[in-house]
Design a protein around this ligand. Structure first.
Ligand code: XMP
Length: 513
């Protein structure tokens, strides 16, 4: 099935992925391509429309990215955003200058003409600006369709040639009616019908996987995280028992998690696949005995995972395909146009090297995270797996400061379970980015009943973040923290103190190690 496609031509803007996600939210498939893609490659894709991204450069810099003029002659609708709008203006004979006043942030925009991309948009609206140059004169045949108090051309268009441009960023949430503008572009200008739906993705992917794999044998390292779970279910629907999933319980999972994964994927679960659970808890605790240095712990946990996977793979014998849960942001971030770096499970490099296989299958390669979740729901995977918050490969190993012992794992599991339970009861679970309990390596004096205690302090953490590169400590209601604290000190043996981590990232990291 040929689906309609919009191309985002990337000129180095920070919102390239976001534009593609927004277009997909309009149910239109969208891919990010580097500005170095050739005209012939573009023609081969046969896109319904092209969007030029913003970029950090000035169009006048010698080294700034350009595109050949012929792209405007293909008859394919184009929307230029920010740098992309200036590039369109300059290439077609308009003028771009350094603005006397730069505009950053929320800006009032006045719509001047009844342009198709502004249909249904208020005549005064708020747009997100971030520019130092601006278009001073539009090219011949263009009309100015919006301005601000300092920017004469906040938008321009040439409807006859299906060319549109906005100086502001319709893709960011701060542009109040940005989605309307993008939707007008893809539907009213490009004539899309909106055929990008998860149910058709799931159906066609299953069919394609069947064709690709034939009677081959497939191996998948399943972590219980959303990406590997969705990949495994797609494969199981496609090839059933030809798929073997190896799930390593390293004893550093959250409370009950190993059993939950087994319930879904094991022999009593809903899927027909070969499921191997490796209970390697004791083996990990042995290896981690006496080790306190965080990077060393990470290395041991990762290496042990490879060893176990290798042992299992040997038992299974040569396989034809190895499944990777690579998703679209990994593909984009690992360098557009080049093939994706293979994402390693549990953050261990080199996993594929230890397995004798012919080819890698990456069924989620073109999906964003929210689309992976939608596909997961479509496939009937339980919500607690689909909406699982990020959990690091080394697991609780890096949430226990200092040496990891079975006893400390029990403490942090129990404390974390209570914390998560109360957060869910308060209805905050979907709001918070990531939240968990960690075990500090600190013991302190307390009193319980009439007795002196000398027990551990648990640290609670909750952060809000959009990209996990930066984060701020979430302001959890005091009553909730109070309740969690009481429950932890009363219910979890070995803990007499609970602290809340108020540190953002930077200077802290989200995890403790
Ligand atoms: P930090 O602690 O670096 O975490 O601020 C950022 C995000 O990455 C996750 N994280 C990891 N994930 N293996 C993983 O698979 C790791 O070693 C690891 N360390 C951190 C962390 O949970 C957060 O979402």
């Amino acid at each position: 099935m040929e689906k309609e496609t919009i191309i985002v031509l990337d000129f180095g803007g920070q919102y390239n992925q976001l534009i593609a996600r927004r277009v997909r939210e309009c149910n239109v498939y969208c891919e990010v391509k580097p500005y170095t893609i050739s005209l012939d490659e573009i023609k081969a894709i046969c896109p319904k429309g092209i969007i030029f991204t913003g970029g950090p450069n000035s169009v006048y810099d010698e080294t700034s990215p350009r595109y050949q003029k012929q792209i405007f002659e293909l008859g394919i609708p184009i929307l230029g955003i920010c740098y992309g709008s200036q590039l369109m203006a300059l290439t077609l004979g308009g003028e771009v200058k350094t603005a006397p006043v730069s505009e950053y942030g929320h800006t009032e925009i006045e719509i001047d003409a009844s342009d198709v991309i502004f249909e249904g948009v208020s005549s005064k609206t708020v747009g997100w600006m971030s520019h130092t140059d601006y278009i001073e004169m539009v090219p011949d045949g263009f009309q100015i369709t919006a301005h601000t108090s300092v920017c004469p051309v906040a938008a321009m268009s040439c409807p006859e040639r299906k060319l549109y441009a906005t100086q502001f960023h319709p893709e960011v949430v701060h542009t109040a009616e940005g989605m309307k503008i993008l939707s007008n572009f893809v539907y009213k200008v490009c004539g899309c019908i909106g055929d990008w739906k998860m149910e058709s993705f799931v159906e066609t992917t299953i069919q394609n996987l069947r064709q690709q794999i034939g009677k081959g044998k497939v191996l998948c390292a399943l972590s219980g995280g959303v990406d590997s779970s969705v990949a495994a279910v797609l494969l199981s629907k496609a090839v059933g028992k030809q798929l073997t999933c190896v799930f390593v319980d390293h004893g550093l999972l959250r409370k009950n998690e190993g059993d939950e994964v087994e319930q879904v994927f094991g022999s009593n679960g809903a899927y027909e696949l070969n499921f191997i659970r490796v209970n390697a808890q004791q083996r990990y605790y042995e290896k981690l005995k006496g080790v306190t240095e965080p990077e060393e712990k990470r290395k041991i946990i990762g290496e042990e995972f490879i060893r176990i996977f290798e042992e299992q793979a040997k038992k299974i014998g040569a396989v034809d395909y190895l499944v990777q849960g690579t998703i679209y942001p990994d593909v984009i971030e690992s360098g557009l146009g080049k093939s994706a770096v293979i994402k390693s499970h549990h953050n261990v490099g080199g996993l594929p090297d230890v397995v004798d296989f012919k080819e890698i299958v990456e069924p989620l390669r073109m999906l964003f995270k929210d689309e992976v979740r939608k596909a997961g729901l479509e496939l009937g995977i339980p919500e607690h797996l689909v909406f699982r918050q990020p959990f690091p490969g080394p697991g609780l190993g890096i949430r226990i400061i200092g040496e990891v012992t079975e006893e400390k794992v029990r403490i942090v599991q129990d404390a974390d379970y209570i914390y998560r339970e109360e957060i869910a009861k308060a209805g905050l679970d979907k709001e918070l980015g990531q939240y968990f309990a960690a075990l500090t390596n600190m013991r302190s004096v307390g009193v319980m009943g009439d007795f002196r205690t000398y027990d551990y302090a648990v640290a609670l953490r909750a952060v809000n973040t959009s990209d996990f590169m930066t984060a701020e400590a979430a302001q959890i209601p005091w009553e909730l923290l109070n309740k969690v604290t009481n429950r932890i000190v009363n219910e979890v043996k070995g803990v007499n103190r609970v602290m809340y981590d108020c540190t953002g990232k930077p200077p802290g990291t989200i995890e403790f190690e």
